[in-house]
Design a protein around this ligand. Structure first.
Ligand code: SF4
Length: 354
């Protein structure tokens, strides 16, 4: 407790925290957690005041329409409820990719309802796992999923004026450069820097090439070097240690300190879903979640107007837990996204609009 108090005092004085510090704070519970929340809340309120929000209670959001370009993916994250298989799509009578005319119709509908942004959600490079995806792209004249994303983003921008926000998973340097002129901001969850969760059989990211933490850190840095406003974040409760959590938050902080490009830091909590490989895994405890939000706030600071933290209960149809109200106290900003399914690509439902 003595060590905790010393670290919290330093945090309260605005000191730059280390991985060791973050790990200590992330373990807070009971009274210690209350103290942590109070300090993080002060940082959040200072940011609100800088933005002219004296009450700290202003809720901001961006009206957007979600465009699920494809629910096929080459990865196999054990918690994912976003993905479909080709067989599953056939049963639903759906093509591997949302056709251009459907994308345009959905975007136009969103624009008519007052949306300003079109958020493209999709799985990672499905063509390298599923032949139906590769065939569909070839038949329609696209080289890759990211080529299709680019073309559809340009179409939506041109025809509707909605600003495309791309969330296509891992992107190479060249792909980022190609997408950049069309998309004023992009996103990809870092999720975790734990290589164990990716490299060991049975772990949630085993068998998912795009979940290699080194790759994702590279994307985060490449986006910064390319001056792309970027949304990223961490996923808590999938088997990572407190140390892993601390390292993941620090990795985002350090990339942002270097490039100044992180516009939004998402803190996402694991909750078990039926029909997934992790359906028997325990949900992230509310106290752990609160500590994660608070430490992220302390690491990222009060921040510029576009940087905000998001707390998202990850079941679209779940009742928020009693601790959700405490999220504000944990230093989370009021975010424009409050619910999403557990994946790094956003809600699956085509009717989800925020
Ligand atoms: S979480 Fe994302 S990368 Fe993982 S399987 Fe689902 S859609 Fe693919």
């Amino acid at each position: 407790m003595e060590e905790f108090s010393a670290v919290l005092d330093r945090a309260d004085q605005g000191a730059v925290l280390t991985v060791d510090d973050a790990e200590i704070l992330l373990g807070a519970s009971g009274d210690a957690l209350e103290q942590l929340l109070a300090v993080a809340g002060k940082v959040r309120d200072a940011g609100a005041a800088q933005r002219g929000d004296a009450t700290g209670k202003r809720i901001t959001y961006s009206k957007k329409v979600f465009i699920p370009l494809t629910t096929l993916c080459r990865d196999r994250c054990h918690y994912c409820v976003f993905v479909d298989t080709p067989g599953g799509l056939r049963k639903q009578n759906k093509p591997p990719f949302m056709p251009p005319e459907d994308i345009l119709a959905l975007a136009l509908e969103g624009a008519e309802m007052g949306c300003k942004e079109a958020l493209f959600t999709l799985g990672d490079r499905p063509e390298s796992r599923w032949s139906v995806a590769a065939e569909w792209l070839a038949e329609h004249g696209y080289e890759s999923t990211l080529d299709y994303v680019h073309e559809m983003g340009e179409m939506v921008l041109r025809e509707t004026g909605l600003l495309p926000h791309f969330n296509p998973g891992v992107m190479s340097w060249l792909e980022l450069q190609r997408l950049r002129p069309t998309s004023p901001s992009m996103g990809m969850m870092l999720e975790t820097t734990s290589s164990k969760l990716w490299s060991e059989p049975g772990q949630p990211h085993f068998g998912s090439p795009d979940k290699d933490p080194q790759l994702r850190l590279q994307v985060l840095d490449d986006a910064g070097r390319s001056r792309i406003p970027f949304t990223t974040g961490i996923l808590l409760g999938i088997g990572e240690t407190l140390r892993d959590r601390a390292e993941s938050i620090i990795a985002i902080r350090d990339s942002h300190r270097k490039w100044g490009h992180v516009q939004e830091t998402i803190v996402q909590n694991f909750r078990a879903k039926p029909r997934t490989a992790m359906m028997g895994h325990r949900d992230l405890e509310t106290e752990e979640y609160l500590a994660g939000v608070a430490v992220t706030r302390l690491m990222m600071g009060p921040g510029p107007i576009f940087r905000r933290h998001q707390t998202s209960p990850i079941q679209m149809n779940s009742t928020p837990s009693s601790g959700q109200g405490s999220m504000i106290g944990a230093g989370s900003a009021r975010s424009h996204r409050t619910t999403s399914t557990l994946n790094d690509h956003g809600p699956k439902s085509t009717s989800s609009r925020h």
